[in-house]
Ligand binder design. Structure first.
Ligand code: FES
Ligand code: FES
Length: 151
């Protein structure tokens, strides 16, 4: 075990964990930020997506010792759930079971941060790696498109 200092959602945090502990478990178990979900655990589904310096990363295979930039989770994306992507998600009524949704929203938010008005193809290519077992893909793409008009 060792002490690691992280900035998560704008707050300095200190955790005492093994160096190879995935960031996902630090967020969920050490810091109680359970909005970020565990699904495949092998960086294949996107459920655990968070931002490192505004870039989408999969936290399930990222050792805490490798985290050198500020982390943003779904809890820190906006103050009141009013990020353009969250507003669009509500308007389109995207979720079914909801399990994949935090990862979808974080992936979409990172895309729109980098490119506020992406093409349909860019949206499809970016969101392609986030699996939704409920098959809400059409509404996900619709919501990202709508959010891009609010950026
Ligand atoms: S749980 Fe991390 S990508 Fe699936
Ligand atoms: S809404 Fe159920 S897995 Fe995506």
């Amino acid at each position: 075990m060792a002490i690691f200092k992280l900035t998560v959602n704008g707050k300095e945090q200190q955790v005492d964990v093994d160096a190879d502990t995935p960031l996902l478990w630090v967020l969920r178990d050490s810091l109680g930020l359970t909005g970020t979900k565990y699904a495949c655990g092998i960086a294949q589904c996107g459920a655990c997506t968070v931002h490192l310096n505004d870039v989408a990363v999969r936290s399930c295979m990222l050792p805490v010792s490798a985290v050198k930039a500020p982390v943003t989770t779904i809890e820190g994306l906006s103050e009141n759930g009013d990020h353009p992507v969250q507003l669009a998600w509500d308007e389109v009524d995207v979720p079914q079971c909801g399990y994949c949704q935090a990862g979808q929203i974080m992936t979409a938010a990172a895309l729109l941060k980098k490119k506020p008005h992406p093409s349909a193809e860019e949206i499809a290519n970016t969101m392609h790696g986030n699996i939704c077992r409920c098959g809400a893909y059409h509404r996900i793409r619709e919501a990202v498109t709508l959010a891009s008009t609010k950026m």
